[in-house]
Write a protein that binds this ligand. Structure first.
Ligand code: 6PG
Length: 476
């Protein structure tokens, strides 16, 4: 019997779609799932008539694969991944390659790469983005591990990936857990943009009194612009236009206002804090979800703290594409990308990942959740200046800041006076204002630290570390 080119463990929606994608691209496959009933059901339905066979157990699975084996695991991140690695390892032979396509924590991937490679197996930690549709039609993929392991699967991945004008949306990311790190930051940016669009919706609904269809029309206009044309704007329009099938009114208004998370947004923020990267827009999005989950408390607090709208403010109108609001969305979205890219740059130097920033922007241009036209500009910015510390100072992005900052400030101040929370807009504004301020007030913070704790401070007029006896009358 001829052996299959490719093996998949885990027949969830993503796993099913990825194996169908591989098979469509000419890679015969064998699938294994913990419960064989699921394998059988898949082979009888979506897998029927395809070059896909099932395996009853792991011995059968490895026996059906050509060597060196290429095995993709699409299973829950965390201990489930370790358990599958432990179960399959005894069946693997030198040169076989395991690929983890889940949303694993990058440090887990670092450990697994080191462990598996020391046993002469290959191990790739690969971020996969694009949801169920992307997995089937062409996702964006971020594989990390040794270059030799990547080379062994490059032909498979480049065929499976989404394609954009300058190539497939996959490339070797770097060593160890770098692929999963980049996917984590992708998700952090995703959290930011989702919250930014939710804030725009809230402002249009509460200040503009707009219906779902009106708001969807605005999103449709935004989606034609270079700055906002993107997958997330596109699906926001769809969500706002959808009606409740029974009652005929806007479906979004029926949805509980509590957003959870699976961990990647939290990991982005934790990594940023550890690495000393500033990601306030992404943190605001994460915190927005945390506060949203406190529904019961918020209901009570609204009664006590009297949540009434104080006054209306200028947000634009449909005819001008809600220009002031659009400016707030554009700049906050840029802030979200800028923070994510800066975090990648800092992590790259800290972890010796040697990340190729233009290549990462290119990979994100198709297939993934944060795909957008803006990524062309991001790619150009890093091509122009590979060591660019922050996107905001690239000439094209700097021009955006200059032109749109007054409207972002107007929306934030209007929302503040109206009592409407806009955490991503306001933290983006503070981020940009802080970043473009040569002298911040942290000189006083340093003085206080030295006053109570003798932490010392540096001076702007001479080199060295200084301490003052602040409480001594001579200092006053
Ligand atoms: C993607 C998505 C996906 C992610 C969910 C979870 O790129 O396809 O990022 O991988 O798992 O969006 O995000 P939550 O934390 O919001 O559930």
């Amino acid at each position: 019997m001829t052996k299959a080119h490719f093996g998949l463990i885990g027949l969830g929606v993503m796993g099913e779609n990825l194996v169908l994608n591989a098979e469509r691209n000419g890679f015969s496959s064998v699938v294994y799932n913990r419960t064989f009933a699921k394998t059988e059901a898949f082979l009888k339905s979506r897998g029927a008539g395809k070059a896909i066979t099932g395996a009853i157990d792991l011995q059968d699975f490895v026996d059906k694969l050509e060597r060196p084996r290429r095995i993709l695991m699409m299973i829950k991140a965390g201990s489930a991944t370790d358990a599958v690695i432990d179960q399959i390892s005894p069946y693997l032979q030198e040169g076989d390659l395991l690929i983890d396509g889940g949303n694993s924590e990058f440090r887990d991937t670092e450990r697994r790469v080191a462990d598996l490679e020391s046993k002469s197996f290959g191990y790739i930690g690969m971020g996969v983005s694009g949801g169920a549709k992307g997995a089937l039609e062409g996702p964006s993929m971020m594989p990390g591990g040794t270059k030799a392991s990547y080379d062994a699967i490059e032909s498979l991945l480049t065929k499976m990936a989404a394609q954009v004008e300058d190539g497939p949306c996959v490339a070797y990311i770097g060593p160890g857990g770098s692929g999963h790190f980049v996917k984590t930051v992708h998700n952090g940016i995703e959290y930011g943009i989702e919250q930014i669009l939710a804030e725009a919706y809230d402002v249009m609904r509460r200040v503009g009194g707009m219906t779902g269809s009106d708001m969807a029309d605005v999103l449709a206009q935004w989606n034609t612009t270079e700055e906002l044309s993107s997958y997330l704007v596109e699906i926001t329009e769809i969500c706002l236009r959808a009606k409740d099938q029974k009652e005929g009114n806007d479906l979004v208004e029926k949805i509980m206002d509590k957003a959870g998370q699976k961990g990647t947004g939290l990991w982005t923020v934790m990594s940023a804090l550890e690495l000393g990267a500033s990601v306030p827009t992404i943190y605001a999005a994460l915190n927005g979800r945390v506060l949203s989950s406190m529904k019961e408390e918020r209901i009570k607090a609204e009664l006590i703290l009297n949540r009434t709208m104080i006054k209306s403010f200028e947000i634009g109108n449909k005819a001008d594409g809600m220009r002031p609001l659009m400016d707030a969305v554009v700049l906050s979205t840029i802030a979200s990308y800028a923070q994510g890219m800066e975090l990648l740059r800092i992590a790259s130097s800290e972890f010796n990942y040697s990340l190729n920033m233009p290549s990462i922007a290119q990979i994100w241009k198709g297939g993934c959740i944060i795909r957008s036209r803006l990524l062309n500009r991001i790619q150009d910015a890093f091509n122009l200046s590979p060591e660019l510390p922050n996107l905001l100072i690239d000439p094209w992005f700097a021009e955006q800041v200059k032109n749109r900052l007054p409207n972002l400030a107007m929306i934030v101040s209007g929302a503040a006076e109206a009592g409407i929370p806009v955490p991503c807009f306001s933290s983006s504004l503070d981020y940009i204002n802080s970043y473009r301020t040569a002298r911040l007030p942290q000189n006083l913070v340093q003085a206080m630290r030295d006053c109570f704790g003798s932490h010392t401070y540096e001076r702007i007029d001479k080199e060295g570390n200084f301490h003052t006896e602040w409480l001594d009358s001579n200092a006053n």
